[in-house]
Design a protein around this ligand. Sequence first.
Ligand code: AMP
Length: 284
Amino acid sequence: MHIHRTIAEIRQFVRHFKAAGKTIGLVPTMGYFHEGHLALMREAKKTCDVVVVSLYVNPLQFGPKEDLAQYPRDFERDCTMARDVGVDAIFTPSDQEMYPQGFSTFSTFVEVTGLTARLCGQSRPGHFRGVTTVVTKLFNIVTPDRAFFGQKDAQQAIVIQRMARDLNMGLDVTILPTVREKDGLAMSSRNVYLTGEQRRDALVLNRSLCTFRDAIQEGERDAGRLRGMIMDMITAVPGAQPDYVEILAVPDLQPLETLQGRVIAALAVRFGKTRLIDNIIVEV
Ligand code: AMP
């Protein structure tokens, strides 16, 4: 497995394979890998000739009070895990490589409007602008045929799919299901921040999403009542502080009163200082 730290190196690597007619798959990540990341890499390996994983904790998508400095990192372990699933190259640039002009004078941004108005777009101002800008840079650098994202970050995946379509980026954006621990907790690099008690409390996320799905199966269609049901379950856990709970139509992420078609229940909840997100998509 090759490790490339500069844009010139990864471009040269990709150019070599493209010249030989090979397809390139890209899995953008912030590292500290778990099975969710590995599932994306395995699918990329299955469907593309050459798999590039980008590993970059992008400062542009973190707010001033967020966990950029604390974000968990273990590059050696990540390399071993990626190598074991057959990843061909890791692209891990420095901030200097990605933003040589510095952040204060960086001036070109990619912004997806509408889809970013709610959920994390509302509770983390500037977050999606940072995500779509860095993902555009990664797409321009790696020029993949396919890129892979997880439904765990459903709004992010939908926003990137729209961006690629609206700006004719000429690649396929694949979204893969959320990988969970045996007890239902969605895998996340941020789960390492949780204490034992918070880890147990956090099971309410998946539990409330399953209750949402079951209630729909039993015929409930009222978005307000369903949202209330999820919120009640979360607020019943003393250590859980909800940031948002929303039920929206997919893929336009607009609110609806009566459920029909594809709908998402998405939530963000704090356990101490740790903010976790989760979601479920149901076909009504
Ligand atoms: P991150 O390193 O957290 O930025 O995640 C990199 C990619 O992995 C994103 O597309 C995430 O949506 C995806 N991902 C993170 N956690 C999971 C999970 N539990 N299941 C599936 N995909 C995930």
